[in-house]
Design a protein around this ligand. Structure first.
Ligand code: FEO
Length: 398
């Protein structure tokens, strides 16, 4: 059938039939500045199989793309590798159009699909025979939800990796090597920091186990962003480095401010870091949002957060960011808490206690000024920046 939505061929028997969300800018709180894609894949084997679907609202785009390859009614199986709604929201419409013989998911995925849509899925075993080829499943629990798994289609060597190795990047190209490398890498790093970082130990376990699985991978096909057809070692190396969270020679200084007092402390601290020869990012929460903060935190060995006190509480923007960052479990950071207050002084104390809860080492004591930092307090902030920078340099050199 002719359609203005076309499928794109991934390999001899696999087609991309997903959707491009050019204008999404808020992905459950993650600022997706370059949009995203919801990748679904069609395997044309004796059993025609749809792997994952798309976010609700993009079903007709997916079905039109499918119809340029086969009549959707001829699809036999739907396999849900990950039941989060960005990959399953289109499932009810797909079921209505396709009427598949069976829907497959992991055991947890089946419960999730039942809860969301009332759909009964068959729990997958280790593999699913499709005729000439087989889809083998790899348990990737918590990458990114408890139901998550990867699927490997041996006939063409396609690894459907769902969220892992993905990125939020809308575009008209299928392959990662068709995009500017710096754009691609920066979006992958941001995605890892904001979606995967807290599951770093599971990433390392997967990468360690991967050679033993003996999969002849020719394509890595994630559920977001472009696909990979080469340089797999580089991708695995990048993921390993991100998951190891070794200290990076960089500082993220994040602040919010009411009357510029906390800002002055932030600037003095940042300048102390800079004077010691360590690159620094100064981030004002009035003009930045939490996923940008987390990306900077994940890439930095020093994390300095500053906030004023408001109504006996930390300033709300900082509470939001701390909650978000803590959930993503950054490791191997040197922390520094600071802020300005008029009287009660809960702001910097709250940051210091959250850093402690995150297991963050805080070599310099919390710094809190009253109303407006004195020259001595600004000097102390500058000195703390220098001290943490020197400490970080020693750690990185070890
Ligand atoms: Fe892209 Fe965890 O969903």
């Amino acid at each position: 059938m002719k359609s203005f939505y076309n499928a794109e061929q991934v390999s001899a028997h696999v087609w991309w039939v997903g959707a491009v969300d050019w204008h999404v800018r808020n992905f459950h709180g993650y600022r997706t500045g370059r949009g995203s894609t919801y990748n679904a894949f069609l395997i044309v084997d004796d059993k025609i199989t749809l792997v994952d679907t798309v976010k609700a609202g993009f079903e007709s785009e997916m079905l039109e793309r499918i119809s340029t390859v086969v009549d959707p009614a001829k699809i036999d199986y739907i396999v849900s590798l990950h039941a989060e709604p960005d990959h399953s929201g289109g499932l009810p419409a797909a079921m209505a159009a396709i009427k598949p013989e069976k829907v497959f998911a992991s055991a947890v995925g089946g419960k999730t699909l039942k809860a969301y849509y009332g759909i009964d899925a068959v729990p997958v075993q280790n593999s699913l025979a499709l005729g000439q080829g087989t889809l083998t499943f790899v348990d990737t629990k918590m990458l990114h939800w408890p139901d998550s798994m990867m699927g490997f289609y041996d006939r063409d060597g396609v690894l459907f990796s769902q969220d892992a190795f993905g990125m939020h990047l809308a575009g008209s190209k299928l392959w990662a090597d068709e995009y500017d490398e710096s754009v691609r890498d920066s979006e992958m790093v941001k995605y890892f920091a904001n979606i995967i970082n807290n599951y770093s130990p599971r990433v390392l376990a997967l990468l360690d186990a991967f050679p033993g699985l003996d999969l002849d991978v020719k394509v890595i096909a994630p559920d977001h962003g472009p696909l990979y057809r080469r340089d797999f070692e580089r991708i695995f190396r990048m993921y390993r480095e991100l998951a190891e969270q070794k200290p990076q020679l960089r500082a993220a200084v994040v602040f919010c401010t009411m009357w510029h007092a906390t800002e002055q402390l932030a600037r003095a601290f940042a300048d102390g870091v800079r004077a010691a020869g360590v690159e620094v990012d100064l981030i004002d929460l009035a003009v930045s949002e939490r996923s940008e903060v987390m990306t900077a935190v994940a890439s930095s060995g020093i994390v300095a957060f500053g906030a004023p006190t408001m109504n006996n509480q930390v300033y709300p923007a900082m509470a939001d960011v701390l909650t978000y960052v803590r959930g993503l479990k950054p490791r191997n950071k040197l922390g520094f808490a600071f802020g300005s207050c008029g009287w009660s002084g809960e702001g910097a104390k709250f940051i210091a206690s959250e850093f402690e809860a995150m297991g963050m080492e805080q070599p310099c004591p919390m710094l809190q000024s009253r109303y407006k930092p004195s020259r001595e307090e600004l000097n102390a902030a500058f000195a703390a920046g220098g001290a943490l920078a020197e400490s970080l340099k020693e750690r990185v050199a070890r």
